[in-house]
Design a protein around this ligand. Structure first.
Ligand code: ATP
Ligand code: MG
Length: 458
């Protein structure tokens, strides 16, 4: 339980309110061994050392922290001399990583607020592109994003230090930006996404003044580094609370700045099927994360961009482009446009393209093709995606059931089952077939389901 008693106010702690060990719920037994070793070693070497950020917040809420971050007066170089298992990383934020087997403890030096030009702080148009000016713990607290992320657990006496009212906001279950929201978002627009993500993760509200600038400043997200937005997207959607994140982003009008085509497709008149597919995908992903099962960014992006790619392909078809061409143009365009916001690494976009391209091949139920598809390295992901799509039509639902059935069979049963299948490809239910050697030139109308990939479709 959180105690907000003021009894523990100790002199000499500057702007901090000190909550003594007896008045808060953080116990060392819930702190990882690695983090404790880092904290104690720094402390013994004479450096102030505190647990900080998400770990303190999560421990006070009774949740298990994902990882443990340490803030200290020691510089990264000093940290390195104390730990053999240490590497220095980062340019924008220089940090030390101390490695204990599978655990990595991130150690950051207290950041300062004053900038006399001697330190390594760099602003471009009000945006922080580098922040390596070191300072006091008080200054460090004020430079953090939300009040609930600016609480320190001091290893010296096991007290919690609060300079910004973070304890009260934890109790009120709200996210409040430290300082002037306009300025803080201009310094780093990604803080808007962090607000939505943490609200989703913790089931907190975003305090009014913290949410107010979203409408006006959301478009600053276009200027955020696409590589950083990729990292943030994974945290939003693969962190175990992806569905809540989607809803938070939509509610706060932020989705359109990171996934503009997805936001538009979710607003379209016929969005119901796409919304169902995306929400089901995110719900399943959340469940997998809870069960410690692996999740893949490719599947996530295949779902996020499925509505847009279908919409775009249909537009081409409506303009008389043949289905196969319309489809490949749509894939290229949707992925290219998305890449301007979020730098999805090539290996993932290739997998997305494959998951999409395989959709049409599920419709070819001949023995040879079915057997071949079952052995395709991307079969599993593509099949899972087919299942997600089964709400699109009764035919697809039946198709997904058939493929589910096939996989339940042993090798002999499978051969027997497929012996009854046609030996030549039947007319697919929705996607027009494309022959590799003789591409169909004739324009034809069709539905915007993917044409089979020319390669590999025999
Ligand atoms: P999670 O539990 O999802 O990891 P977190 O709050 O720990 O959430 P991190 O990205 O690990 O998030 O950041 C650790 C801490 O660093 C935050 O709690 C916050 O104090 C500070 N921080 C992170 N990003 C920013 C930012 N963009 N601006 C200011 N402070 C930040
Ligand atoms: Mg963290």
């Amino acid at each position: 339980m959180i105690s907000t008693s003021d009894d523990g106010n100790a002199p000499g702690q500057g702007i901090f309110r000190v909550i003594p060990r007896s008045h808060h719920s953080i116990s060392r037994k819930n702190i990882s061994n690695g983090a404790l070793r880092v904290l104690y070693r720094l402390h013994e070497a004479g450096f102030r050392a505190c647990l900080v950020g998400g770990a303190v917040r999560d421990l006070l809420l009774g949740n298990r922290p994902k990882d443990f971050d340490v803030a200290t007066a020691a510089t990264p170089e000093q940290v390195r001399t104390l730990f053999r298992n240490c590497r220095l990383i980062g340019r924008r934020f220089r940090l030390a990583h101390v490695v204990f087997g599978r655990e990595i403890v991130e150690v950051a030096t207290f950041r300062g607020s004053s900038d006399d030009g001697s330190g390594d702080r760099h602003l471009v148009d009000g945006r922080l592109v580098r922040d390596n000016v070191y300072g006091t713990i008080e200054e460090d607290a004020l430079r953090r994003d939300f009040t609930i992320n600016a609480l320190y657990y001091d290893i010296a006496d096991f007290s919690v230090l609060d300079a910004v009212g973070g304890m009260d906001d934890l109790q009120q279950r709200q996210l409040r930006l430290i300082g002037d929201p306009q300025q803080r978002y201009r310094e780093d627009p990604v803080r808007m996404l962090r607000a939505a993500r943490l609200a989703a993760k913790l089931d907190f509200s975003i305090e009014a003044a913290t949410a107010a600038p979203f409408a006006q400043l959301g478009e600053l997200l276009c200027e955020a580094a696409p590589a950083r937005l990729f990292d943030e997207s994974l945290k939003l959607f693969l962190g175990g609370y992806g569905l809540a994140s989607l809803h938070a982003l939509e509610r706060h009008g932020l989705l359109e700045h990171v996934f503009p085509a997805t936001a538009r497709a979710l607003q379209a008149a016929d969005a119901a099927q796409f919304r169902a597919l995306l929400e089901q995908t995110l719900a399943n992903t959340d469940a997998r994360v809870r069960e410690d099962k692996p999740v893949t960014p490719a599947f996530l992006f295949a779902a996020m961009l499925w509505g847009p790619v279908r919409q775009r392909a249909q537009l081409g078809i409506d303009h008389g482009v043949d289905a196969a061409t319309a489809w490949s143009q749509a894939v290229e365009r949707v992925l290219r446009e998305q890449a301007q916001r979020v730098a999805i690494p090539r290996r993932f976009t290739l997998a997305v393209e494959e998951i999409w391209a395989l959709q049409a091949r599920f419709e070819q139920r001949t023995r040879k093709r079915a057997l071949r598809l079952l052995e395709h390295p991307r079969f599993r992901a593509a099949y899972d995606f087919l299942v997600m799509r089964s709400g699109e039509s009764p035919e697809l639902e039946e198709l997904a059931r058939w493929w589910t059935h096939l996989q339940s069979l042993g090798r002999d049963e499978l051969v027997q089952e497929l012996a009854g299948a046609a030996t030549s490809a039947p007319e697919p239910t929705a996607a027009p077939a494309v022959k590799r050697k003789r591409p169909r030139r004739r324009r034809r109308k069709g539905k915007a389901t993917p044409a089979p990939a020319a390669e590999g479709a025999e």
